[in-house]
Design a protein. Structure first.
Length: 256
């Protein structure tokens, strides 16, 4: 099978590229520097050049607080994945943010988005599914190449920083390579790729700090962060089948 990974420069995209090759797929990969995913001619040229059997669409504008004012976010997060799904069978990486509490939410739960980013993801899901594509929801991903909270905390603590960590939301931190392996099973319909252990970012941060011994962790509430866009009260996903975050703590410490 020939897979084209769109958005191959991001955290999950990088993991997808590595894991797909290791699993024996014929892989082509496009980063944002290789292809403007919102441009019809660029998309058609990429599909003609690579002739994929399947597309994994991992490209996104992921800054929740910037999507409202980013004039490109609607095109990248909604129109682009739908357009690609209309041309070739596509697996779209969506977000647990399409839900609000109470969770955990199984795949057949109707989305209930809050905020611009969440609404974009929910509309993209609807369009991709209508085009015959598939949706894999992920959340709280961390890994060796990312800029997410979980990906960067070890380096911040090693530099002696004081890290503010939320204690009033439950999260399911999930290692990027485990997400990639789940996506590469090419599950049909709607599925969830999420780690089986829950914590708060404060609990997670304390575990990392205990192993590093430098810096500090300060507990904060979501309301203290002054975020411009709402966050889900409970975006946990079910079923939670991937390795838990404690099983990947050594990888985090060694590779970030």
């Amino acid at each position: 099978m020939r897979i084209l990974i769109v958005g191959a420069g991001g955290l999950v995209g990088t993991a997808l590229r590595a894991r797909a090759s290791a699993r024996g797929f014929e892989v082509a990969a496009l980063t944002r520097f290789d292809c403007d995913v919102t441009d019809d001619r660029a998309r058609d040229a990429a599909l003609l050049a690579h002739r994929p059997t399947a597309v994994i669409f991992a490209a996104a504008r992921t800054s929740v607080d910037r999507c409202r004012d980013d004039p490109t976010s609607e095109a990248v997060n909604v129109a682009a994945p739908v357009a690609w799904a209309r041309r070739v069978e596509t697996w779209f990486l969506s977000s647990n943010f399409v839900f609000d509490g109470p969770g955990p939410h199984p795949p057949n739960t109707p989305p209930r988005p809050t905020g611009v980013y969440a609404g974009q993801k929910a509309r993209a899901e609807e369009g991709v599914l209508a085009a015959g594509g598939h949706v894999v929801r992920v959340g709280w991903v961390l890994g060796p190449t990312g800029r997410t909270f979980g990906s960067t905390i070890a380096g911040r603590l090693r530099r002696g920083e004081t890290v503010d960590a939320l204690y009033d939301l439950r999260v399911q931190p999930t290692w990027s390579e485990d997400v990639a392996d789940a996506v590469l099973e090419l599950p049909r319909g709607i599925s969830h790729a999420i780690g089986r252990e829950e914590t708060s970012w404060y609990g997670f941060s304390l575990a990392v700090w205990a192993r590093i011994g430098t810096g500090a962790v300060r507990p904060v509430r979501l309301a203290e962060l002054g975020l411009t866009e709402p966050r889900p009260r409970d975006a946990r996903l079910a079923p939670a089948t991937l390795p838990g975050w404690t099983e990947r703590l050594e990888d985090l410490l060694r590779r970030t």
